[in-house]
Design a protein around this ligand. Structure first.
Ligand code: NIG
Length: 382
């Protein structure tokens, strides 16, 4: 057993209801788990010691929504959008073509590169999805590769009806052979419930089939307009409904009365020139709100959780504390994880040290790379 003492912590965000936020603090981790948290003056001895010299320490980011199993590039689509063209689900097909054409090695290298980029910015838990394969073989391949590099993997065969396919036949394939083949490699299933993707009946069929197979549910809902996504997610007990950009009052009430996390993806809304989601109304109503990057080559090509937090605070009227909780503890809730997103004794030692005295600097110094050091399960990453 090897223990490490981190001392000189100016501000320690634990996300532990009993410990809260500490100043002049210290933390000990042993073999990948947090062992002790408290005031620096009463810190126990450890095998090694790291003095962070007054910096802020918090749990690593939990990025609960990404699409990193892809090849190719959509710069031209982004440029067209910045020139006024609207974002539409159909762009996914471009990435499907490039992904199918890529080798396993290329897909794995691309995934590893993006995960490393995220970790270097403080992300220590990452979810990713299939959804750019859309054949049984390509979806299984994506799920298998993802399982080797991401903490949580989601089956998103219902991302888009492949061009030329009959929608009902494709849904039958997704809930039949594709689900059977992919399920052993994933923990979650998702559906893009949106105009231009899957309607309410099709989405329900996908979610119910996945649930019957023992998978947890997540939903892409209410991204491009109001629709049935949130309602369906809550009704079926999904862990999370993601996007939530266009919500009715009834959607907000339904989320507030449920355990379904509302996962907001502000980098996507900015990159697609949509409105930003109604975070303040969700929080004031009592909903659990998470923030995630939605890193993908089409609608949100960033791995920066700090950017999402900055946007949430500066433009969505979330407080720093709400935004940090949303990007750590509530991301973990969206993934049904209790071992990450907090720094209570027993938690995985996922530790993010900022080159700043407090988390307030994440919004106070927008765009400045503030990650100083990262440990994941007690192993130093940078
Ligand atoms: O979450 N909305 C659906 N899926 C992705 C976008 C995928 C793409 O455009 O390639 C999203 O934004």
């Amino acid at each position: 057993m090897t223990s490490t003492l981190i001392t000189g912590i100016g501000e320690l965000t634990t996300n532990d209801p009993g410990l809260g936020r500490l100043t002049d603090a210290a933390l000990v981790f042993t073999d990948g788990r947090v062992e002790w948290v408290g005031s620096a003056s009463s810190a126990p001895d450890a095998d090694s010691r790291v003095d962070v010299e007054g910096r802020a320490v918090l749990p690593g980011w939990v990025d609960s929504h990404t699409h990193l199993l892809f090849a190719g590039d959509r710069t031209a689509e982004f440029e067209a959008r910045m020139a006024g063209q609207a974002y539409a689900a159909g762009g996914i097909a471009v990435t499907v073509g490039a992904t199918r054409a890529a080798s396993d090695e290329e897909l794995a290298a691309n995934l590893r590169r993006h995960v490393a980029e995220a970790v270097a910015q403080g992300t220590t838990t990452i979810e990713t999805k299939t959804g750019y394969g859309l054949t049984v073989e390509d979806e299984v391949r994506s799920a298998r590769i993802a399982a080797g590099h991401a903490d949580e993997v989601t089956f998103l065969g219902a991302h888009l009806v492949p061009p030329g396919a009959d929608p009902d036949s494709y849904v039958s394939l997704v809930i039949g052979d594709m689900l059977d083949a992919v399920a052993p490699h994933v923990r979650w299933a998702d559906v893009f419930c949106e105009q231009g993707a899957f309607d309410e009946d099709q989405s329900r069929a996908v979610l119910e089939a996945a649930q019957a197979k023992g998978l947890g549910l997540r939903v892409h809902g209410n991204q491009l307009g109001e629709g049935p996504g949130v309602r369906l997610a809550v009704e079926l007990g999904a862990a999370s409904v993601d996007h939530c950009t266009y919500l009715s009052d009834a959607d907000i009430d339904a989320l507030a009365d449920s355990s379904t996390v509302a996962t907001l993806l502000p980098a996507c809304d900015l990159s697609t020139r949509q409105s930003l989601p109604p975070a303040r109304q969700l929080l004031d109503a009592g909903a659990t709100v998470a923030l995630a990057s939605n890193c993908n080559p089409g609608s949100s090509y960033t791995t920066s959780m700090a950017y999402c937090i900055t946007t949430a605070v500066l433009q969505m009227r979330m407080t720093i504390e709400e935004a940090v909780t949303a990007a750590t503890l509530n991301g973990a809730k969206a993934l049904g994880r209790t071992d990450v997103g907090h720094l209570s004794p027993g938690a995985r030692a996922d530790i993010h040290v900022l080159n700043a005295p407090s988390t307030t600097h994440l919004a106070y110094r927008p765009g400045v790379p503030l990650t100083h050091a990262v440990w994941r399960a007690g192993v130093r990453q940078r």
